[in-house]
Design a protein around this ligand. Structure first.
Ligand code: B4P
Length: 193
């Protein structure tokens, strides 16, 4: 089983590249952003709390996410080729929790970091906002999300770097060029697992 943590700032292309990886390698895809938006769509009390946090560009509390990940990993079928964790972990406690969970099931994950210049992130998310209808794709919220990323999420790259499980790609290029860089890493690293 080969697991990938697709990492990067908001708008770096995690969701976009995840789809391409799923198609080529048949991995399963877990986007915590999608899971949270699905909960919002149910109109539940929990969904309303999540909506308020995401619309402001804040992260949802770690304990809301832990349950989702734990349940997901416990239910993975034995024949599964692996998972792309898209948008998870986003904080150091989430990273530590994921390491513990993967260890419990005798699995590991490689982090692939999509590095994109800030102006380009903003431009992409503004463009997406024209069609996505997402409450967090507006300039003020985008700026706040990028600040939250630098403050709470970016530092966990060092956690994976220290474990020798970290690979960066230049995400400024076209979707196809970024995908080619990812494929090189996947094909090299998956042989080791
Ligand atoms: P997410 O749903 O994870 O999404 P994202 O960070 O906004 O975007 P992504 O990087 O996937 O960009 P995309 O491919 O769409 O998070 C949303 C929110 O959920 C978070 O802010 C947070 O509040 C909450 N959340 C999620 N997970 C959490 C967790 N673990 N803990 C706490 N809170 C959590 O690309 C963006 C646009 O760029 C698209 O329109 C795409 O077409 C375009 N694009 C992509 N790659 C391109 C390229 N190479 N060239 C040109 N355009 C490109």
């Amino acid at each position: 089983m080969y697991n990938i943590i697709l990492f990067g700032a908001p708008g770096s292309g995690k969701g976009t590249q995840s789809q391409m990886i799923v198609e080529k390698y048949g991995l399963k895809h877990l986007s915590t952003g999608d899971v949270l938006r699905a909960e919002i769509a149910t109109g539940s009390e929990l969904g309303k709390q999540i909506d308020a946090l995401i619309s402001e560009g804040n992260l949802v509390p770690d304990d809301m996410i832990f349950g989702v990940i734990e349940k997901y990993i416990a239910q993975l079928p034995k024949h599964c080729k692996g998972t792309i964790f898209d948008g998870y972990p986003r904080t150091l406690p989430q990273a530590v929790a994921l390491t513990g969970l993967l260890k419990k099931y005798n699995m590991k994950a490689t982090m692939i970091d999509l590095m994109v210049d800030e102006q380009l992130l903003i431009q992409r998310l503004i463009e997406r906002g024209k069609v996505s209808g997402r409450a967090d794709d507006n300039l003020n919220t985008i700026r706040h999300r990028i600040a939250v990323y630098h403050d709470q999420t970016e530092p966990i790259a060092h956690y994976y770097l220290r474990q020798g499980n970290y690979f960066a790609v230049n995400g400024n290029y076209s979707m196809e060029d970024v995908f080619m860089q990812i494929c090189r890493i996947v094909e090299r690293e998956s042989k080791k697992s």
